[in-house]
Ligand binder design. Structure first.
Ligand SMILES: Cc1cc2nc3c(=O)[nH]c(=O)nc-3n(C[C@H](O)[C@H](O)[C@H](O)COP(=O)(O)OP(=O)(O)OC[C@H]3O[C@@H](n4cnc5c(N)ncnc54)[C@H](O)[C@@H]3O)c2cc1C
Length: 497
């Protein structure tokens, strides 16, 4: 079969690109190896629970933001979303709590109460972030493909921000830590835990401008999607089909197929079938897998291989829990970001320092009567889940040890859960690898350090002229909203050509 565009992978990057292209009249075929869409954010069901594999906090659903912009072009309505008045509470090791909210007065009050040792510095840190983040957001809305846009377009996008431009340029090569030197260790850890969630790096490494955007996300607006991210995936699949596009599940792609001149002419499926792409191929695989599997390492230039070797991502270890409604009532919020260890005098190590507790909301419990579905996510070094396993029992033993450790950390950080919670399932980097084939099961994109931020970000263009990249290892990074933006960027580039 021949299509103008073949999209490999049905995560949110591939789904968005395919939905937009199909709506614009391009003939599209999306090939997904699993029997459902959604990739690493796809939910699953067990024992009458319906679990999300994310923290279920979704950005950019407001008027004029990326999701509205995409759905305005599609022939289907967006899923139902709800704005969260208190997206999450950060609980520190001494059980001090700070609720993230868009109400600046309340938020600053809680910062002062939580960090009396550096209260004004903490408040000022956020006050300085806010206008920088807003300016960056406005620029990105004007020109979504800022990284690859022409100099003229970039200047036009930046020109209305003249008042703050000098501050932004000055901070271009700075880390978040450089702006935290006057604050206490306790406040820095409060920031580290959040940057790790949104940018996969603590403040020592995270680019300041990325930190500005990331830390202002919960201050601006975060949403829940009724039915979870799976509902968004289903809408995008429906849209592709309604526009005349094709979605094929259970269809693993083996590699790109080249003609004699080295031009990518389509993809070979694992089944042996060839699917032709007359205009472009879009890869929703990670950058490692796009080159390692689709392009082939023999066609990957040495400088790209070197870069791939230096990029690092995290693995995730997840607990899927069933919680009694009475226990839910004792919590300060449905979402608790718990910092479990100050780690004073050492580099921030998220593996032993934090977890995110995310309960489905009361209006959408996704659970049997009287219960709520809960997802707890932690960071883990991905490689260790693939090394030294002689057989499956070793993986099970490692899973069991991780479960015991997380269970104990969760109960000491959140004693109010008491015996109102039980384990239903777990997921390790091996689970993510099996479900998505992402390299080493690494999820959440690439840590936003200075060497992958700004002009060093990974573009949607590849070394193969008609092959494009979407997803969380490419510009603008991790999270469903960013990945959606990567889909828009690629759809725009293909239809512009
Ligand atoms: C624990 C955790 C919590 C998170 N919480 C949030 C959150 O609260 N909010 C938020 O916005 N984001 C969250 N994220 C991030 C978000 O889930 C991801 O950034 C996003 O889902 C990634 O989408 P993607 O398009 O990059 O690709 P993926 O989801 O990786 O999709 C790639 C797809 O390609 C398919 N594929 C792979 N190989 C092949 C092949 N050879 N042939 C055919 N198909 C193939 C895979 O099966 C998969 O479906 C979280 C992530 C994690 C891990």
């Amino acid at each position: 079969m021949a299509y103008e565009v073949v999209v490999v992978g049905g995560g949110f990057g591939g789904l968005t690109a395919a939905a937009l292209l199909a709506a614009r009249g391009v003939s599209v075929c999306l090939l997904e190896k699993e029997s459902r869409a959604g990739g690493c954010a796809a939910g699953f069901e067990k024992f009458d629970y319906s679990f999300e594999t994310t923290a279920s906090l979704y950005a950019s659903w407001g008027a004029g933001e990326i999701h509205g912009r995409v759905f305005a072009e599609l022939p289907v309505a967006p899923p139902e979303v709800h704005l969260l008045s208190k997206p999450y509470v950060v609980r520190l090791p001494d059980h001090t709590e700070v609720a993230l909210t868009s109400n600046t007065e309340q938020f600053e009050e809680s910062l002062r109460a939580a960090f009396p040792e550096c209260s004004e510095m903490a408040v000022n840190f956020y006050r300085e972030l806010a206008p920088v983040a807003e300016a960056l957001r406005r620029v990105a809305a004007r020109v979504p493909d800022l990284l690859t846009a022409s100099k003229f377009k970039r200047l036009k996008a930046v020109a209305p921000e003249a008042r703050i431009a000098s501050r932004v340029y000055a901070a271009m090569n700075e880390t978040a830590a450089q702006h935290l030197s006057q604050t206490s260790m306790r406040f820095r850890r409060f920031i580290d835990a959040q940057l790790q969630i949104f940018g996969q790096r603590g403040s020592e490494d995270c680019a300041y401008l990325y930190a500005a955007l990331a830390l202002m996300i919960p201050r601006r607006a975060l949403y829940e999607i009724s039915g979870g991210a799976q509902a968004l995936a289903s809408k995008l699949v429906e849209s592709i089909r309604k526009s005349g596009g094709v979605v094929r599940f259970d269809t693993p792609v083996l590699r790109l197929s080249y003609d004699q001149s080295g031009h990518a002419r389509g993809v070979d499926l694992l089944s042996g079938e060839f699917v032709e792409a007359t205009r472009a191929i879009v890869s929703n695989l990670t950058i490692w897998d796009t080159y390692g599997k689709l392009v082939g390492l023999n066609r990957t230039p040495a400088d790209v291989r070197k870069r791939l070797n230096n990029l690092r991502g995290w693995g995730a270890y997840l607990l899927f829990l069933g919680m009694d409604e009475e226990a839910a009532q004792r919590l300060p919020a449905d979402h608790v970001l718990a910092l479990t260890d100050w780690q004073e005098g050492q580099a921030f190590d998220p593996e032993t320092a934090q977890f995110m507790f995310a309960a489905a909301p009361a209006r959408d419990t996704r659970a049997p009567t009287g219960k709520r579905a809960v997802t707890v996510s932690t960071f883990t070094e991905a490689l260790q889940w693939f090394a030294f396993h002689e057989d499956e029992t070793e993986h099970e033993a490692q899973d069991q040890a991780a479960l015991e450790q997380c269970w104990q950390r969760m109960h000491s950080a959140m004693p109010e859960l008491a015996d109102g919670i039980e384990v239903i399932e777990t997921a390790t980097p091996r689970t993510f690898y099996e479900d998505t084939r992402r390299k080493l099961g690494m999820v959440g994109g690439i840590g936003q350090s200075l060497d992958v931020f700004g002009e060093h970000a990974i573009s949607h263009r590849t070394t193969i002229p008609n092959l494009y990249l979407v997803g969380d290892t490419t510009f603008t990074g991790n999270g469903v909203a960013s990945v959606t933006q990567s889909g828009l960027i690629v759809a725009n580039e293909i239809t512009r050509k």
